[in-house]
Design a protein around this ligand. Structure first.
Ligand code: SF4
Length: 418
């Protein structure tokens, strides 16, 4: 939508995934399982979800996911369903169940929906996390679970969700008879963020026709351009660059990063050479730099990941090599053999095992059928407040009020010690 040339540049790039993306894939797999089986996420406590080449792999009975484009080895990440994943996925799953609670609701999980009719790209598709048809309300809902802890994402005019909604309308209501409204809902349980936006179907369809189709045509036409000419169709902006596979090699992003970092110094240098010297206030300077930090950090990570991939694929990266890092934690190769030997050594149970009391998350699942007993325990739960951290002013959470430093010096009777 914002960088037509990215289509041509990304076509040259290897497939990619990372631990954070794979963690999201594991959480999506767990959520999908819960919604399909009507289970609580706690039913899967301790289960390991293996993500192979960016895809959830249920085990040897299923075909192993293919290697990512440009990779010679598989990328495997294991995630154990722990308390944190249970709580966050439970929040999402319970919200979906509430949205789908009305009698006439049709809930569809993990729907693969074609978007080729919009982009003209062969076999282009998106996978919605949940689509709910509320036929009595003539409303179609598109839900998106974002499991990351990064930036808050908002539903209003969100292009990804709007395109998914157009795809869902084409798939589930091809004649255009059933719905007047689409509701787009973003779930970010780890940020305690739920955001929704409602839009008439006519507005959505007009946006697709007037905005998306021409931009998709422009983007697809860059595939026919010579590589040098593609750079005229590149436009760096956030969040597009953050999710772009070409960010490690893109000339336009490198130019923008360079300008953000070195242009800053140049601007300051110039100010020292010319009179009158105008030194920006520190608050303005840091505010300006903070607006660039995320893009620069993302670019650095992308360049590191690219070097890592090239070296792992046996290619040379001038001046760099792979080395073996710190060893992992020690663990029993055969836990049963270790237990047997310790028993033979006459160790007591309390010496052999580390016992821990149930966490509130596991206890909640345990006492699900006896709510009165659970209610007694609830009063014993405490929760640390979140730590304050820097966020853009557009963030919808209210600003943290920094305690007045003078309060620290107030005497117990309320009078100042000074
Ligand atoms: S990194 Fe940014 S500028 Fe470069 S192709 Fe991707 S979206 Fe476009």
């Amino acid at each position: 939508m914002t960088c037509p040339g990215s289509v041509a540049l990304e076509a040259q790039c290897p497939g990619e995934t990372n631990e954070y993306a794979d963690e999201g894939t594991a959480a999506h797999a767990l959520a999908s399982m819960c919604l399909t089986t009507n289970n609580d996420p706690a039913a899967y406590a301790g289960r390991v979800f293996q993500i192979v080449n960016g895809v959830y792999w249920p085990g040897i009975e299923a075909p192993r996911p293919p290697l990512l484009k440009g990779h010679v080895t598989s990328i495997v990440n294991d995630f154990t369903v722990d308390d944190s994943m249970i709580e966050n996925v439970r929040t999402y799953v319970n919200h979906i169940r509430e949205y789908a609670a009305s009698g006439d609701a049709v809930l569809r999980i993990e729907q693969r929906m074609s978007i080729s009719h919009i982009t003209e790209e062969k076999d282009a598709f998106g996978t919605s996390d949940a689509v709910i048809e509320l036929l009595g309300h003539r409303e179609l809902q598109v839900h998106d679970l974002k499991y990351g802890m990064g930036v808050q994402v908002f539903a209003e005019r969100n292009p990804q969700l709007m395109i998914y909604a157009a795809a869902a309308l084409a798939k589930f209501d091809p004649a255009g008879d059933n719905f007047d409204l689409v509701r787009l809902i973003i779930h970010q349980p780890r940020l305690s963020h739920l955001d929704e936006w409602v839009c008439p179907v006519t507005t959505l369809q007009a946006w697709v026709k007037n905005e998306v189709v021409p931009k998709a045509y422009h983007a697809m036409s860059t595939l026919l351009e010579k590589p040098d000419a593609v750079r005229h169709h590149l436009h760096a902006s956030e969040p597009a660059c953050r999710f772009c596979k070409a960010k490690a090699t893109c000339p336009e992003l490198a130019r923008t990063v360079s300008e953000a970092v070195f242009g800053d110094f140049d601007a300051l240098d110039d100010k020292t050479k010319t009179a009158p010297v105008i030194v920006p206030a520190v608050t303005d300077l840091i505010g300006h730099r903070m607006s660039k930090v995320e893009m620069v950090e993302d670019w650095c990570k992308a360049v590191r990941a690219k070097a890592d991939l090239l070296l792992r694929n046996g290619e040379k990266v001038a001046g760099w090599k792979l080395v073996v890092g710190k060893k992992g934690n020690r663990k029993w190769g055969d836990e049963n053999a270790a237990i047997k030997l310790m028993k033979a050594m006459r160790l007591k149970i309390t010496e052999m095992y580390t016992m821990k009391v149930l966490t509130p998350t596991k206890a909640e699942a345990f006492f699900k059928m006896t709510p009165k007993r659970w209610a007694q325990l609830v009063s014993l739960i405490t929760q640390e407040p979140g730590n304050a951290h820097v966020a853009p002013e557009s963030d919808t959470r209210s600003a943290f009020v920094v305690p007045n430093a003078a309060d620290d010096f107030a005497a117990d009777d309320g009078s100042d010690l000074a």
